[in-house]
Design a protein around this ligand. Structure first.
Ligand SMILES: [Zn+2]
Length: 285
């Protein structure tokens, strides 16, 4: 099983995680810029963070055979802090970099006017830099947050096919599906979406435009839940090809729209199904 985790915060994880992920089949990851838990007190603090997302972290991942890409943005939560607003002026410097495959994560946390403004401004940057956008949806008041998110996306003029709306669940899946955006699902250890619930959604809505991630970070989370979801799919009767589409080809297609997703000489030859011995190299890489 070859796996591309399209949303994971590796900065918060240990090398043990990289080792376990590589052993589980994870060959590529996208790390979105986000909140560190501790509020940052100046834009300069973001400069160091962004530099590590495109420098140190890809190097660290590479030691385990994992290809690492980043998305860069001022996250929704810190968009509310006036000390962090100047980050919006820093972004252009990073959106030109090869390791950056989207603008993100952007969107809403508490749905404040400040968040509105930062969200719209960064969607405009995605359009200007011809990059996809990774959009976070709030964990509280999900349906309303999602509706408002889709309205802002539509208003921005960005092509819906270049936007993933993330952290979806049973309540929000249909709204986003009907919008033409990609659908992101974060699988968590014991709250929100689980592998089993994800399998039910894949049964009902199919595998098109579906992205599954672990969103693992400094909170309670598990970087192997992408693999667990693939296994739950197989148990439920999905084929190896379905799993490969959801866990590899879909994220490759989505982030490939950046024109920067270089997966050449990646060790996907290891992605041979241990049960069948079949190579699953076909397509998408
Ligand atoms: Zn995240």
């Amino acid at each position: 099983m070859r796996i591309f985790d399209p949303h994971i915060h590796m900065t918060s994880r240990t090398t043990d995680d990289y080792e376990r992920m590589a052993a589980a089949g994870v060959r590529a990851v996208v790390e979105p810029a986000f909140w560190l838990g501790q509020p940052r007190t100046s834009a300069a603090s973001f400069t160091d963070y962004f530099d590590s997302l495109i420098g140190w972290e890809p190097f660290r991942a590479g030691q385990f055979g994992v290809r690492h890409f980043a998305t860069i943005a001022l996250n929704p939560k810190e968009a509310n802090d006036p000390r962090c607003r100047p980050v919006l002026d820093l972004l252009r410097r990073y959106l030109d970099k090869d390791a950056v495959v989207a603008v993100g994560e952007i969107g809403y946390d508490s749905m404040t006017p400040e968040e509105d403004e930062a969200f719209a401004a960064q969607l405009a940057l995605a359009v200007a830099y011809e990059l996809p956008a990774l959009v976070h949806t709030p964990h509280r008041d999900k349906a309303r947050g999602c509706e408002r998110t889709l309205a802002v996306v539509a208003e921005s003029g960005i092509d819906a096919g270049r936007v993933v709306v993330d952290h979806l669940n049973e309540v929000t899946v249909k709204l986003v599906r009907d919008s033409g955006c990609w659908l992101g699902f974060s699988i968590y250890p014991d709250t929100k979406m689980t592998p089993q619930r994800m399998v039910e959604l894949l049964r009902e809505y199919g595998t098109e435009r579906m992205l599954v991630n672990s969103a693992a970070d400094w909170g309670r989370s598990d970087p192997l839940l992408t693999r667990a979801t693939g296994e739950a799919m197989l148990l439920a009767g999905f084929s190896d090809d379905d799993v490969d589409k959801v866990l590899w080809r879909n994220p490759v297609e989505f982030y490939g729209q950046s024109g920067r997703l270089d997966l050449s000489d990646l060790d996907v030859a290891a992605a041979v199904d241990p049960q069948t011995g079949n190579s699953i190299l076909r397509g998408g890489s």
